[in-house]
Ligand binder design. Structure first.
Ligand code: NAD
Length: 326
């Protein structure tokens, strides 16, 4: 972390109340940045930002609204943008492709186009995803793999990713792209994701429903390592001349869903995991994990959190959260 890099800088975080956005907001407030947060849902009940909202310039609205995005970026002299707003769940994207394409694709071109017209933009970090690559036989996925999602969420991320690429290559906009695997940690209220769902099922003594056959593999990475990656990327865009580049962030240790569930059960003190396999998952990539060699080499980024220790912290956080609600 560069000393004072973020102090008094005007930063826009889209989707600031989401899982990644709320952690990034907290980190940037800690570094004394002026955070402008845009989200369609603001001041929600389930957020880790409750005590900090007075320090955020909160804007309720959609990234799909170009006039709003333009106004925010120009009027507030935004220097860095972290574009995280998205329909972020594969299932939701499948159920509502139009909303997904509007937010994830139109929202991204709005951010890029407005940034292009601003003389204040120093960097835009666009959240793509491991899903942007689509299905590949060769593992791990590397940044030079082609982008060819097949289903709504995946395609929306392939498109957003390519849009970011063109805004650098055509207009010279300082843009970087992140492609992460499955992020987990405190404050993820998306309970259809496997880590929060598995922990909640254990805490509530319920059977965990596994939608796949349990053998799908992913890499799982702790939110704190992702936040350090995002910040490192933005801080180094200029000096490392990495605009237009995409970076994978991963701990390069793929696990099957069943392996993950067994670890979570053991760390929660359960002898035997309680789950039911329904094998209903459709349109999901089966085997996927990322190489983080590029981020390690160029950014000197490292994941500092070991999976089991990070899962333990996460389990404890959910235990406290559910205890307060009961
Ligand atoms: N969490 C992961 O495992 C993961 C992995 C790879 C990529 N990503 C990407 O990282 C980003 C952040 O993910 P997350 O886990 O925080 O997701 P999230 O769903 O928790 O947060 C997304 C936020 O965007 C907001 N939003 C949705 N539509 C909007 C719109 N039209 N205008 C403004 N705000 C809108 C939501 O209200 C939410 O607060 C997303 O782009 C996601 O696709 C996440």
């Amino acid at each position: 972390m560069q000393n004072n890099f973020w102090k008094n800088k005007n930063i826009l975080i889209t989707g600031y109340e989401g899982f990644v956005g709320s952690h990034l907001t907290l980190a940037l407030l800690q570094y004394q940045a002026n955070v402008f947060g845009l989200d369609i849902l603001t001041r929600r009940k389930n957020t880790i930002l409750t005590n900090d909202s007075s320090k955020i310039n909160i804007i309720k609205g959609s990234v799909a609204d170009y006039d709003l995005v333009y106004k925010i970026i120009i009027q507030n002299k935004i220097e860095f943008i972290f574009h995280l707003a998205a329909t972020s769940l594969v299932g939701e994207a499948l159920a509502d492709p139009l909303e997904t394409f509007s937010t994830n694709i139109r929202g991204t071109w709005n951010i890029l186009e407005a940034s292009r017209h601003s003389k204040f933009t120093k960097g835009a970090i666009i959240a793509s995803s491991d899903k942007a690559y689509g299905i590949k036989n060769k593992l791990p996925y590397r940044e030079d793999s082609s982008l060819c999602g097949c289903h709504p969420y995946d395609v929306s991320k392939s498109c957003a990713d390519l849009l970011a690429y063109t805004y650098f290559h055509t207009y010279g906009l300082p843009v970087c792209i992140t492609r992460c695997g499955n992020i987990f940690g405190p404050g993820d209220f998306n309970f259809s994701r496997i880590v929060p769902d598995a922990i909640r099922s254990i805490i509530k003594n319920k059977t965990l429903i596994i939608r796949s056959d349990g053998k799908f593999t992913r890499d799982y990475i702790y939110i704190k390592d992702i936040i350090s990656g995002y910040l490192l990327l933005a801080e180094n865009m200029q000096n490392l001349k990495i605009s237009g580049e995409a970076f994978n962030f991963s701990n390069e240790s793929p696990l099957s869903v069943l392996e993950l569930v067994k670890i979570i059960s053991r760390l929660s003190g359960k002898q035997k995991p309680n789950y039911k396999i329904t094998n209903q998952a459709k349109y999901e990539i089966k085997y996927q994990y990322l190489s983080a060699a590029k981020a390690k080499k160029i950014l000197k980024w490292r994941p500092h959190h070991k999976l089991e220790a990070a899962l333990k912290e996460t389990i404890k956080w959910y235990q406290d959260y559910f205890a307060k609600r009961s």
